[in-house]
Design a protein. Structure first.
Ligand SMILES: NC(=O)c1ccc[n+]([C@@H]2O[C@H](COP(=O)([O-])OP(=O)(O)OC[C@H]3O[C@@H](n4cnc5c(N)ncnc54)[C@H](OP(=O)(O)O)[C@@H]3O)[C@@H](O)[C@H]2O)c1
Length: 340
């Protein structure tokens, strides 16, 4: 029966230069490998598209091994067990592979997947966004790294994105004053009118440093950085003495090759005794239960809103990924690979 099942997998053909181009990846069709004893065949339902995917395609120093040339592209996925040779995971179980791929099927050891505990009141896609890795990232940066306290002034770049929008709402739920930085009036309006941010700065039409100075006259207590470059400069220039920068991402440089110019205001890190702490979501997997419990509670109470941007079809994954770098994604970007 397995002979008829054909897999589709995006494999990395060459290291991209700049934005992902046609020909950097190739969609390969091969027969699926049937599961052996202790294995399952997982059919992908959702594939998360994340800025870090672009880093994995490069061979710059990073936190995981770069994806090898000719290898399946790595990605966070959510899937359903289609065939099982593992008692713990019967057919129909929803699972998250420890290492997913840009693939329609994966044959995996039962030791390399985790069961998804679904709350029937929530859409499946939420487990890829607000109560999935982006939510945990946002929570970790605001709560575990930034230790947000009531009354703090918190600023967030890429604030209308999957991580930023959740980070801002968590900070609000903890009594902070929150200012988002995002591209365009629509995103800024969403942050203030629908998510309850105190203010939003459109970095495409404003001088961010001046706006931060006006909105944070006593300085920023906690800055959640997703972008880097001139936005990070503007934040550093407006930090209060002893403030903290939770360094989550540097998306403005992920498409660059070679040296990236560092912060021009770096001396202020010394003068103002600013703590900058880079963090990765995987550092906080051990605290995920605590974070997801609070995120789910906020979501179910209607106090945490989010947007999922769902693209249909695995074949569209490479084109869709570029939306992250042009800002044309509206919330958490993911591909619906197949129906439940
Ligand atoms: N540390 C971790 O473990 C971890 C985990 C997940 C994500 N991250 C990081 O978090 C950040 C956000 O990721 P996400 O998944 O939530 O993506 P996202 O924010 O939903 O999408 C990316 C957004 O970044 C903004 N952007 C892209 N290029 C930019 C540029 N050159 N200058 C300014 N803004 C730019 C765009 O928003 P605008 O329209 O507002 O420009 C775009 O919509 C990324 O840096 C990512 O690497 C880190």
């Amino acid at each position: 029966m397995d002979g008829d099942l054909i897999n589709s997998t995006w494999k990395l053909l060459r290291r991209p230069v700049g934005m992902l181009q046609q020909g950097d990846l190739e969609l390969v069709h091969e027969p699926v490998q049937p599961p052996a004893e202790g294995e399952v065949l997982v059919r992908t339902l959702y594939l998360s598209l994340d800025p870090t995917n672009r880093l994995w395609m490069s061979d710059t120093e990073q936190y995981l091994e770069p994806v090898g040339l000719g290898a399946p592209m790595r990605g966070v996925t959510l899937g359903i067990v289609e065939q099982s040779q593992a008692e713990k995971f019967p057919v129909g179980t929803l699972v998250i592979p420890h290492e997913g791929a840009w693939s329609r099927y994966q044959t995996l050891s039962a030791t390399k997947i985790a069961r998804l505990h679904l709350n029937a009141d929530l859409p499946l896609s939420a487990y890829m966004s607000v109560i999935g890795p982006p939510g945990l990232t946002a929570y970790s940066g605001i709560v575990f790294v930034g230790e947000a306290q009531p009354g703090m002034t918190v600023t967030i770049s890429a604030a209308a994105g999957a991580v930023g929008s959740v980070a801002g709402q968590i900070a609000k739920s903890r009594g902070c004053r929150v200012i988002g930085i995002a591209g365009g009036p629509e995103k800024c309006r969403w942050l203030v009118d629908e998510l309850g941010f105190d203010a939003a700065i459109d970095y495409k039409s404003c001088n961010v440093a001046e706006e931060l100075r006006r909105l944070c006259p006593d300085g920023i207590d906690l800055h959640f950085e997703n972008v880097g470059g001139s936005i990070l400069d503007a934040a550093i220039g407006n930090m209060r003495i002893g403030g903290c920068i939770a360094l989550c991402g540097l998306i403005s440089s992920y498409n660059s090759s070679g040296a990236v110019v560092g912060p021009s205001e770096f001396q202020l890190v010394l003068m103002r005794r600013i703590a900058i702490r880079g963090f990765l979501v995987m550092d906080f997997f051990k605290r995920a239960r605590e974070a997801y419990a609070e995120l789910e509670k906020l979501v179910l109470a209607g106090k945490l809103k989010w947007k999922d941007h769902i693209i249909d079809g695995l074949q569209n994954a490479p084109d869709a990924m570029n939306l992250l770098f042009s800002g044309r994604n509206e919330g958490k970007l993911m591909v619906k690979v197949s129906e439940v």
